[in-house]
Design a binder for this molecule. Structure first.
Ligand SMILES: [Zn+2]
Length: 82
């Protein structure tokens, strides 16, 4: 396994890739997606697919608006005091 693949493995040993634009999600910061050209030419077996936030908003604008309204009511974990 190459280091670049190790970087993108989540806690389940999977790599999350957007099925639309092929960006790959960073496990340590799930809001950040990176372009990894190596995964297009040599996709790893442990690849799983979803939609990145940009593609989600472009492909499903009405659902994305509902999600954004719901997410705005949530308290960010970083803002919760111990
Ligand atoms: Zn995408």
């Amino acid at each position: 396994m190459t280091p670049i693949r190790e970087r993108y493995h989540n806690e389940h040993g999977l790599i999350a890739q957007c099925c639309r634009c092929h960006m790959v999600r960073r496990p340590e910061d799930p809001t950040t997606w990176d372009e990894v050209p190596a995964f297009l030419s040599d996709p790893p077996d442990e690849l799983t697919h979803g939609l990145c936030p940009t593609c989600f908003h472009e492909a499903y604008p009405e659902l994305a608006a509902r999600y954004d309204a719901w997410a705005a009511t949530r308290i960010a974990p970083a803002l919760v005091l111990p």
